[in-house]
Design a protein around this ligand. Structure first.
Ligand code: SAH
Ligand code: SF4
Length: 454
């Protein structure tokens, strides 16, 4: 395998592997995004969104990982499984894929040899390839994953996926796009030029990779020579009482999940399926920068928890920080939140607010924030800004974050400040940016210096 492990702060930033292919982005004809038709772009001043490349070439042998039950049934039909057997076979294969995590058809021991061979002739169980693995001093792990999509002569598409262990849970932060369609001014991912929507298989594949790397499947012995890493480094929690290491999912990695709605929906429904990965919808949170028309769909068609990246209380400032605000301003966004299906005091919306020094962190803004959210069952999550090379922003001073947080707390909200995790490996919010856009040596040094000093 080509991955490398860098443990802790004092080790090299990341070992890069096989990156000779010339970088080529946005040189192909573009098509429109797959956002629902209600969001047809209208002419707006300024640059709001990029158009994703719709050039995904499925591999000649597709992977079964990420197919819905209906698609799996069709796949079985193509290899001649009689109609009366298909439901039972789907159950079996689903279990092998999502409870046991088999990586080889040979491991599906309850499936006949003939069917295994027929499946192996047409399909794979491939997931994204781990190109690099980093483990932060705080136990956070970040994987750089290479996607199977192959365009010859072009740099392969890559994404990042982060695992954050805590005492009572393990949260996996998934990407929904290569890069991001949007251009939030404080976000590193937003500066990436190349954008491609991920397929459901590539989104579910991130979960399977994490469970592979953490040895987090039920009852599967690892192949000889491969070591489990779950118990070896970074203060990692062992599986206790059968509880899985990956217990929660947040769609907070690279990309805007609601600009890749169908794929994200299909992937999250697989993640929540009780006979497979079985992560309850209450433990799945989708974060959006405010794609208003798809917010209601997320509630109705996925039923997951919602987080909204608010970051400002005035349209003028939000237009600058989150340019999508020019299309869907604050009042429209909050209306969509008020109407979020399933919203209640027990199922609140999390409002994310990145703390930018001298930009959005005054106490007047804290008071305005509380007023703005009155009547919406909400949690407010203050996120210290995570810096990246070339950014014009700085993180608010700690004392200011505390004062800001106190106003919110006094208004009756729990206002946890999100502890930055994995900063030393650039795994924190908004720092994700695939290595497709290579950092210069100077940038890398600057990043490491920042990670070590703040
Ligand atoms: N695109 C989605 C989800 C991915 S970003 C969204 O914007 O909600 C996940 C969260 O990280 C968002 O709240 C985003 O605003 C925040 N974020 C982005 N860049 C950041 C940075 N440099 N420091 C702190 N938080 C950041
Ligand atoms: Fe995209 Fe979210 Fe970053 Fe904005 S904050 S550029 S929507 S990933």
């Amino acid at each position: 395998m080509t991955s490398s492990v860098a443990v802790g702060i004092g080790t090299p930033f990341m070992v890069e592997v096989a990156r000779d292919a010339p970088f080529k982005a946005m040189t192909e004809p573009l098509q429109s995004t797959s956002v629902s038709s209600t969001t047809a772009p209208s002419p707006l001043p300024g640059f709001v969104e990029k158009t994703p490349l719709e050039r995904y070439l499925p591999p000649a042998k597709p992977s079964l990982v990420g197919l819905s039950r209906a698609q799996l049934t069709e796949a079985l039909a193509t290899v001649g499984v009689p109609a009366v057997q298909r439901k039972m076979r789907v159950q079996q294969i689903w279990h092998w894929l999502y409870v046991r995590g088999v990586r080889d058809f040979a491991g599906m021991t309850s499936v006949s040899k003939e069917l295994r061979a027929a499946l192996a002739a047409k399909f794979t169980l491939a997931r994204p390839e781990v190109v690099a693995e980093q483990i932060s001093a705080d136990g956070t792990r970040k994987w750089l994953l290479r996607l199977a999509d192959g365009h010859s002569g072009e740099r392969p598409h890559e994404i990042e996926c982060v695992y954050i262990p805590d005492a009572d849970r393990g949260t996996l932060c998934l990407s929904s796009q290569v890069g991001c369609t949007l251009t939030c001014s404080f976000c590193h991912t937003g500066t990436q030029r190349l954008v491609r929507n991920l397929t459901p298989g590539e989104i579910v594949g991130q979960i399977t990779v994490a469970r592979d790397r953490l040895d987090d499947w039920l009852g599967v012995a690892r192949p000889a020579g491969e070591t489990a890493i779950a118990s070896s480094a970074g203060g990692q929690r062992m599986r206790r009482g059968g509880q899985r290491l990956v217990s929660n999912i947040v769609m907070m990695g690279m990309g805007e999940p609601l600009y890749n709605f169908e794929a994200v929906r299909d992937a999250l429904l697989i993640a929540a399926d009780g006979e497979g990965i079985a992560i309850s919808k209450r433990r799945i949170t989708l974060s959006t920068s405010g794609v208003v028309p798809n917010i209601a769909r997320a509630g109705a068609e996925i039923g997951c928890m919602l987080a909204v990246s608010l970051h400002a209380v005035r349209d003028e400032l939000r237009n600058e920080l989150v340019p999508l605000n020019r299309k869907y301003p604050i009042n429209q966004l909050l209306d969509a939140c008020r109407n979020y299906p399933g919203l209640s005091n027990a199922r609140r919306i999390t409002f994310e607010y990145v703390m930018l020094k001298g930009v959005n962190d005054s106490l007047t803004e804290a008071k305005a924030l509380v007023k703005l959210l009155a009547g919406i069952p909400a949690k407010i999550n203050l996120i210290p800004f995570n810096p990246w090379p070339g950014t014009k922003y700085e993180c608010s001073d700690w004392e200011q974050i505390e004062r800001f947080s106190e106003i919110i707390f006094n208004a009756g909200y729990a206002s946890p400040v999100r502890t930055p995790r994995g900063r030393d490996i650039l795994a924190a919010c908004g720092q994700l940016k695939s290595a497709s856009e290579k950092l210069s040596a100077r940038e890398r040094l600057a990043l490491r210096a920042m990670a070590m000093t703040d």
